[in-house]
Ligand binder design. Structure first.
Ligand code: FMN
Length: 185
């Protein structure tokens, strides 16, 4: 499998790190693109540098490089995740405004009818955010706010992050044992 991972400047880059590591462990080829604010927030929240992020991916593409393979629909991939997805990147994707490689790769995923998962992060949500999400959801994009369930009694932040990562892999149809699945009562 080949998965594109985009990191934008929303809070929660801990999820991106967790997803990249999980995909690496599963030997899945990843194509990473990081916005300027994605880089900043990752360093700020997790103390992880861009170089360290690059080591977690198979391929890295500069966000200004519109000649990267992932900018073209002819380059076949199995899906894309933007994690975290800021409201700015959400707005760009919802309006086909491909002014970065990250938003262009999302545009490609939509036009090629491929899986696109946006791990949207903001609270509270304005009507503009909600309209952008609804517009994308209606055309098959998965809007995936990382809102954890508490029915499996997570005890640490890592429990929450790993569980959410497993659900992101579920959305990509990647078999995984990360999610603590509800077995009924
Ligand atoms: C520490 C920090 C946390 C942020 N968290 C969010 C957030 O959760 N959601 C959001 O939409 N924007 C957030 N922002 C603002 C975005 O980074 C900003 O709108 C930026 O322009 C997004 O650009 P990008 O989508 O190209 O990365 C945050 C900024 C900082 C500095």
């Amino acid at each position: 499998m080949k998965i594109v991972v985009g990191i934008s400047g929303g809070s929660g880059s801990i999820y991106a790190i967790s997803l990249l590591k999980a995909l690496q462990e599963l030997n899945i080829e990843t194509h990473l693109v990081v916005s300027t604010m994605g880089e900043y927030v990752t360093e700020h929240e997790c103390g992880v540098s861009l170089d360290e992020l690059k080591d977690m991916a198979t391929h890295f593409h500069d966000n200004n490089n519109f000649a990267a393979p992932i900018a073209s629909g002819s380059f076949k991939v199995d899906g894309m995740v933007v994690v975290p997805c800021s409201m700015k990147t959400l707005a760009a994707v919802a309006n086909g405004f491909s002014n970065s490689l990250l938003s262009r790769a999302c545009d490609v995923a939509i036009k090629e009818r491929r899986k696109l998962i946006l791990v949207t992060r903001e609270t509270p949500l304005s009507p503009i955010h909600l309209e952008n999400m609804l517009k994308l959801s209606k055309i098959g994009v998965t809007i995936f706010p990382p809102a954890p369930g508490f029915y499996n009694h997570p005890e640490t932040i890592e429990d929450v992050v790993v569980n959410m990562t497993g659900r992101m892999l579920d959305m990509l149809e990647v078999d995984n044992k990360l999610t603590d699945r509800w077995k009924g009562i």
